[in-house]
Design a protein. Structure first.
Length: 173
């Protein structure tokens, strides 16, 4: 699924419960191979609707490309990623999560990724939502060649004021 095909989300937001843990597993091409019940309950999709689909099925237009690019940089380097993600539900509503994505291996070969999401704090969202909005706003007006550099520069300006890495920034919120 290309970014151009991402359906716009509604402004309806679903808030996760404090004890929700949304889990998914994908292959290295981001094709979903496992979802837990919480993922289905929150997203509104059945397991059958998710398995075998690209994880982009829940990609949200409120999510900056600059953050997804950072996530994939970590995963391609076979590094763990922590971040804030907003996903789109089947009905067009959205939900925010604090996500941890970890590469997994079988017989010393990278086979895919585990993602575990939980409810973010309200104080973290007060920082992340305006930052991501600013990134998305610049992405909407940027040329394709400038989209990632401009979006990423906004992210790094926010982070490097006090932190060395995105993970430090995220985990401090």
């Amino acid at each position: 699924m290309s970014f151009a095909n991402i359906a716009p989300s509604t402004t309806n937001e679903v808030r996760l419960r404090e004890d929700d843990f949304i889990v998914s597993k994908t292959d290295t091409d981001s094709t979903i191979t496992y979802v837990n019940k919480a993922f289905c309950d929150v997203s509104g999709y059945s397991e059958a609707e998710l398995i075998g689909k690209s994880h982009d099925i829940v990609r949200n237009d409120l999510m900056p490309h600059g953050v997804y690019n950072l996530l994939w940089e970590h995963l391609q380097a076979e590094e763990e990623f922590f971040g804030y993600i907003v996903n789109r539900n089947k009905d067009g509503s959205c939900y925010w999560t604090l996500i941890n994505v970890t590469p997994f291996y079988e017989n010393d070969k990278l086979e895919g990724y585990f993602a575990v999401r939980r409810c973010p704090s309200e104080s973290a969202l007060k920082v992340i939502k305006p930052l991501y909005k600013k990134m998305c706003d610049i992405e909407r007006t940027a040329s394709p060649e400038q989209l990632l550099p401009l979006s990423s520069s906004i992210l790094w300006q926010a982070i490097t004021k006090e932190y060395q890495t995105y993970a430090e920034f995220v985990l401090s919120l």
